[in-house]
Ligand binder design. Structure first.
Ligand code: FNR
Length: 251
């Protein structure tokens, strides 16, 4: 393999190429707050329960987003709760909960959901809200970056519910961040200030959110990165395979 001229010593050997790869390997860099282009996040918990662990986790996520230079619109699921969807009900009009969720999605660049796991899936009220909003045009989930979290007293932290939640969101064109955060044994995980007791877990949450924010910021402010993301998913934005509407424009 010839990597081209290199002063008077000729091309690099295989061993030298290997050493070069090792020496340029990225060092571990802790997520530090940094200057960002403006990017806003709708953050909500999909639990209506007073004292909800997912609401506590959503608040923590919101705090981390602000620390890393984002704007947070913290919402409550009670704002979005809607009667059971049916096409007959839709013919009577769209309920205020669904209208509000659409308004808040449209008003932010990306969204974050902390969702409980019910019977290995997402809570019915969350799926119901998604179904209502999916009927509105432009379809508000399309093209929006999303980050998913869960909290549960169980040992796996409600992670299966997030895999279920991915399905309708990705179906609707949301770019769901590959990494997710599930908090196990949530009933013992928070201190009296609402912070995570385990420092390693707290750091992991912080790092994951910073990575998600980088992507949401790039999608908004650096369109070449957005194109690369779309192509990676095999969804080149050309008319024959455009299956959904254009992303909603902020009002
Ligand atoms: C649960 N819970 C639960 N937990 C889990 O880890 N996996 C599961 O499949 C279920 N299933 C389930 C079904 C129903 C109907 C209820 C009411 C609860 C426990 C659940 O994670 C726990 O109650 C959480 O505390 C709920 O989240 P919030 O309200 O604390 O945010």
């Amino acid at each position: 393999m010839d990597l081209g001229p290199r002063d008077d010593r000729g091309p690099l050997s295989f061993r030298e190429v290997g050493l070069l790869a090792v020496s340029t390997e990225r060092a571990y860099v802790p997520a530090m707050p940094k200057q960002r282009e403006p990017v806003s996040f709708l953050v909500f918990s999909a639990s209506l329960r007073a004292g909800s662990f997912n609401t506590m986790l959503a608040k923590l996520a919101g705090g981390a987003i602000e620390k890393h230079g984002g704007t947070v619109d913290l919402a409550a699921m009670s704002d979005f709760d809607s009667p059971s969807y049916s096409q007959d009900a839709q013919a009577q009009g769209v309920p205020s909960g669904a209208t509000e969720l659409r308004r808040r999605l449209d008003g932010n660049d990306a969204f974050v959901i902390a969702a409980p796991e019910y019977n290995g899936s997402m809570p019915g009220l969350l799926k119901n809200a998604i179904d209502w909003v999916s009927r509105l045009r432009p379809q508000p989930f399309n093209g929006k970056h999303a980050f998913l979290l869960s909290a549960s007293p169980s040992m796996v932290g409600g992670n299966r519910g997030l895999w279920a939640l991915r399905v309708p969101l990705e179906h609707l064109g949301s770019r769901v961040y590959p990494d997710m955060f599930s908090l196990a044994q949530a009933h013992q995980a928070f201190d009296t200030q609402g912070k995570l007791v385990n420092a390693q877990l707290a750091d992991r949450l912080d790092q994951t959110i910073a990575g998600f924010m980088d992507l949401a910021e790039a999608a908004k402010h650096y369109p070449c990165a957005k194109t690369a993301w779309i192509e990676f998913l095999g969804e080149q934005p050309n008319s024959p395979i455009d299956r959904v509407d254009r992303p909603a424009q902020p009002q």
